[in-house]
Design a protein around this ligand. Structure first.
Ligand SMILES: Cc1cc2nc3c(=O)[nH]c(=O)nc-3n(C[C@H](O)[C@H](O)[C@H](O)COP(=O)(O)OP(=O)(O)OC[C@H]3O[C@@H](n4cnc5c(N)ncnc54)[C@H](O)[C@@H]3O)c2cc1C
Length: 322
């Protein structure tokens, strides 16, 4: 095995939860900390939501009286907080494997290739991803092109200034779906249709009211519990109980699943159905010295909740180390 660099604390993921944990651990006097992030920037999911004139602000700063901000601004604020600390930041470095018993991470870094880091405590702040159609189970039919996930849509809309569809249909009615409808409308698409397998949208009334500044999508809840995607080469619509709803692009949004694959592969206990890592007292996982913070804990949480959760986890880590 290559030589192993040792730290007091390692944090996997530089999204709101990982940055919250790093900042709070530094304030608690913990000296040698590294944060490892596979992407080339700090901020996690918020960094995908670019700032745009007339664009949609989808991240709420509860600590600033509930002001909605652009994800990019939120990510930049996180970056500033992190840079003020002496935390070692490893960007474009993906953790590939963990040895839970020895508390060793194997990662690939652009400068050093494959390296091993060890620590007295490790925080997993790897976030979550959206369920696939197969995982949702109720999305049937063909798999034509122009079916996107939120992150792909954001890369096209915000990253490349492309509008990938004019008549969008969105599968998933939580806040991510309504945010996508608003972003598409603000970018020039027509009003979206949102479908989900529940009679009322999952997005709260007040959140829907907020997104009405940009769009007022038509909601169609499913009474039959399945939806069929139609179209041979390109998505052309969906079939709901024999009724065809035409569209020229589909976005599958929401229904988050914890990114707990690393934990699972490293023999840390994970609930198989929900993929949540099993959490004992004080955010500790099944192996001593391992902790979880933010969206990896399961459920849907906004960025600010994850940032403050990272800080709570830091307190538990500091108690463990002392
Ligand atoms: C597609 C999507 C859209 C969302 N849209 C909104 C929205 O509009 N408004 C809102 O309030 N909330 C939204 N959310 C919720 C959002 O995830 C949270 O607000 C917040 O970003 C979660 O913070 P986090 O730090 O737990 O995870 P994330 O922000 O996901 O950060 C996790 C970080 O860990 C890194 N990482 C993961 N695995 C590894 C590894 N093996 N090695 C190295 N790095 C790794 C990732 O690259 C990422 O940067 C969305 C979530 C998703 C999945």
């Amino acid at each position: 095995m290559n030589s192993v660099k040792h730290f007091n604390v390692l944090i996997i993921g530089a999204g709101p939860a990982g940055v919250g944990a790093a900042v709070a651990l530094t304030k608690r006097g913990i000296k040698s900390i590294a944060i490892i992030e596979r992407s080339d920037k700090i901020g996690g999911i918020p960094s995908f939501y670019k700032k745009k004139k007339g664009g949609v602000r989808t991240f709420v700063r509860w600590s600033r009286g509930g002001i909605p901000v652009f994800g990019e601004d939120y990510a930049q604020w996180l970056e500033k907080q992190l840079i003020k600390t002496k935390v070692q930041i490893e960007l474009q470095s993906q953790v590939l494997n963990i040895d839970a018993k020895k508390k060793i991470l194997t990662l690939v870094s652009p400068e050093e290739g494959e390296v091993n880091y060890s620590a007295d405590a490790i925080v997993m702040a790897c976030g979550s991803r959206e369920e696939t159609p197969a995982e949702r189970g109720w999305i049937a039919g063909s798999r034509p092109v122009r079916v996107f996930y939120t992150k792909q849509l954001l890369r096209l809309l915000d990253g490349n200034h492309l509008l990938p569809m004019n008549n969008p249909l969105i599968i998933g009615s939580d806040v991510i779906g309504y945010a996508a409808a608003a972003k598409l409308k603000a970018a020039g698409a027509s009003e979206a249709v949102i479908v989900d397998n529940c009679s009322r949208p999952k997005c709260s009334f007040f959140e829907r009211l907020y997104f009405r500044i940009w769009s007022n999508p038509d909601y169609q809840g499913l009474s039959a519990k399945s939806i069929e995607v139609t179209g041979i080469k390109t998505a052309s619509g969906v079939n709901l109980n024999g009724k065809n709803i035409p569209c020229d692009g589909i976005v599958i949004c929401g229904e988050l699943i914890p990114n707990s694959e690393l934990a699972l592969n490293g023999d840390i206990k994970v609930e198989l159905h929900s993929r949540k890592p099993v959490v004992a007292k004080d955010y500790q996982l099944s192996e001593p010295g391992w902790f979880a913070a933010g969206n990896i804990l399961g459920g849907f949480h906004g960025a600010e909740w994850c940032y403050f959760n990272g800080q709570r986890v830091a307190r538990a880590v500091a108690n463990y180390l002392s």
